[in-house]
Structures are given as structure tokens and as C-alpha cells.
Design a protein around this ligand. Sequence first.
Ligand SMILES: [Zn+2]
Length: 235
Amino acid sequence: MKKVFAIIYILFLTLNSRSQSLLTPFEVFQGKRTSTYSDCIKFYELIDKKYSSILIKQFNTTDAGYPLHLVLFSADNHFNIDVWHKNKVVILINNGIHPGEPDGIDASMMLVRDLATGKIDAPKNVVLGFIAVYNIGGTLNRNNYSRVNQQGPESYGFRGNAQNLDLNRDFTKNDSRNARTFATIFHYLKPHIFIDNHVSDGADFQHTMTLLSSQHNKLGEVGGSFLHNTFEPGL
Ligand SMILES: [Zn+2]
């Protein structure tokens, strides 16, 4: 079985480099595999080369020593952030903070490709930024058995980053270079909406998507009532 996968994978790499077809490992292996770090970056670089609606920017650095890749999508091919803020909604999407929950990495690759190729039309007033892989050190540290409660993928990254820090606990204390570079990206883009893609550690929910909010009655008068009466019903 492993041999068959190896052959399919070599075929996938060959196809991707020769005909520059833009399939993700997730699609090629029918949802059983998630992209490696290097495949993910190569995929985005290929799209960046082919489509002028895509621009990749690199921000140094992370604890693994690699920069963060920010993949920008703008349907009108303009990438001036100050102009965006006059008439666009800027959405920032983060992926792979916990690399064992890699769905967002793969989903973003497919979404960026489908936006670039025109398969999906984004609303005219929306621009998007994707952090391709946030926890690079953890993503490089792949294994098969640290999440036995999850239904796949076959292999995936480890939760801790290159310093073994949980990046989902580091946005305030900023012990990691990842978090400090994230802050640079956040202040560069000043997004109106920020989405951090996680999945649910194998818990067997009935629904496809779960919405968890902070307790509104602990957020104070203004924030709490906005969350409870406006934001949540709107979502
Ligand atoms: Zn998580």
C-alpha cells in the first residue's frame, strides 16, 4: 500500500511540475493527506507566478528560522493596503497554529487557487490575506501517532513550535518569534476580520461547524452586549 502511495505521490509531483496543474495533496490523496510545509509553499509560489491577483509577501522570522508567508488575494490585482482600507473589507486568515489540525492549510490552498483561477468569485469589496503556515517548526516536525483520536490525516505536524511553545497561548506574551512576526503582519494588514483556523481534536460533533464564543456576561457591558445581541445572531 505504501508503494502505491509513493508512486501516486511521485506522479502528483511530476504532474504538478510539468503541466503545472494545481492540485493539492489533500485532493490527490482523497482527503487522507495534508500538505507538507514545502509542498504548501511551492504550491503558492506557483500560483503567485501564474496569476496577478495573487501576491506573496514574506515576513521574518519564526523560531524555525523561516519567514512567514502571507498570501494576498485581490481580484483587481492592486495591493495597496492604504487604498484597501478606503473601500474594502480586509480579511486575514491564519493556518496551522496547531499543525495537527491542518484542515485550514489545505482548505486555504484550494480557496486561493479557486479564487485565482476564477472558479470562485469573491465579493468585489473583499480582499484576503492568508498566513500559509503559522507554526512552521511544528509543521516540519511531522508524526503519525500523536493524535490517535483524530480521523486522519495520515501524518501531520506537532502542536509545539520549534521552541515547543503553544502559539495559541502566545499572542499576548510574545515569547516566540512567530508571534512577534504575526503582530507585524497584523499591523501591516489591519484586518477588519481575523479568522484562525483550528479543528476539533477528533471530538465527534454532530455538526460540520461549531461556534464557540467567550461568555458574553464576562465581557463587560458594551463588548458583551455587542457579542450577544449583534455579532452572534449576525453570524
Ligand atoms: Zn487548535
